[in-house]
Design a protein around this ligand. Structure first.
Ligand code: G3H
Ligand code: 13P
Ligand code: ZN
Ligand code: NA
Length: 283
């Protein structure tokens, strides 16, 4: 059965590693992530975004992940990624998720706190964990200036206030990463992370981690990041796998012979991440 985020991140915090949270949209992606976790003996978080739920459907995602978790010998959590409405959170609670993210980062601080608290009330009562977001994690395509980027980053004092008010299970912070592929190498604000960690004992989450250099990832974990989100690197692996087949064997028409290699590409990437995050051999 599924485990909660709280349970996974507690162990990660105690043993100084981060759990990988991988975005999932179809059966091949789920299988790639689960097989990687089994082979690496790693706890794992499968998460579905707004787009993922729209694409596959809530019921398909839950059913497929439940099958995967039932047969798994490693702990598996099913998490909603960037939930934006209370109604959707309630749907996920009812459908069998073990954890949800409520992303109220676009709202002013007090509104974010209030909306997050409302989500926590229903989700925690049903036994689910809740991740919130403070500061804005944008996309690399958003085209923002340096001063705008600075203003988007998480304010450490606000983070302290936020967790005191909400008692949230995990907090996503903005320290310079962005969703999507990077043009160059992102520069993370490690001093900010250090300050936040010194004020907040809640597990901290790094979004936008695809494309971030290995040294930066290791340092972020050392400074207290315990959940790391990966989507783009999996998408790119999938597409690389498909293109390899369709370029080298244009006459291939069996979907299994196109998606099979794509799945292997994704699995390899996920295994690499698990080793990098230190969650390999922690299950
Ligand atoms: O956080 C966003 C995910 O990386 C992707 O979101 O599936 O809605 O495009 P999406
Ligand atoms: P990437 O786009 O860098 O993989 O980030 C994914 C993410 O943060 C999902 O919430
Ligand atoms: Zn994200
Ligand atoms: Na990224």
């Amino acid at each position: 059965s599924l485990v909660t985020l709280r349970e996974l991140l507690k162990d990660a915090q105690e043993r100084n590693y981060a759990v990988g949270a991988f975005n999932t949209n179809n059966m091949e992606i789920i299988q790639a992530i689960i097989e990687a976790a089994e082979e690496e003996r790693s706890p794992v978080i499968l998460q579905a975004s707004q787009g993922g739920l729209k694409y596959a459907g809530l019921e398909y995602i839950v059913a497929m992940v439940e099958v995967a978790a039932k047969n798994a010998t490693v702990p598996v959590a099913l998490h909603l990624d960037h939930g934006t409405s209370f109604e959707q959170i309630v749907k996920c609670v009812r459908a069998g998720f073990s954890s949800v993210m409520f992303d109220g980062s676009k709202h002013p601080l007090e509104d974010n706190i209030q909306k997050t608290a409302k989500v926590i009330e229903v989700a925690q009562a049903a036994g689910l964990s809740v991740e919130a977001e403070l500061g804005k994690i944008g996309g690399t395509e958003d085209d923002i200036t340096v001063s705008e980027e600075d203003a988007m980053m998480t304010n450490p004092e606000e983070a302290k206030y936020f967790v005191e008010k909400t008692n949230v299970d995990a907090l996503a912070i903005a320290i310079g990463t962005a969703h999507g592929p990077y043009k160059g190498q992102p520069k993370l604000d490690f001093d900010r992370l250090k300050t936040i960690r010194s004020l907040v004992s809640t597990p901290l989450v790094l979004h936008g981690a695809s494309g971030v250099g290995e040294d930066s990832i290791r340092k972020a974990i050392e400074l207290g990041i315990t959940k790391i989100n990966i989507d783009t690197d999996i998408r790119q692996a999938f597409t690389r796998g498909v293109q390899d087949v369709t370029n080298n064997k244009p006459e291939e028409f069996d979907p299994r012979k196109i998606l099979g290699p794509a799945k292997e590409e994704m699995k390899e990437i996920v295994k690499q991440k698990m080793r990098l995050f230190g969650c390999s051999n922690k299950a």
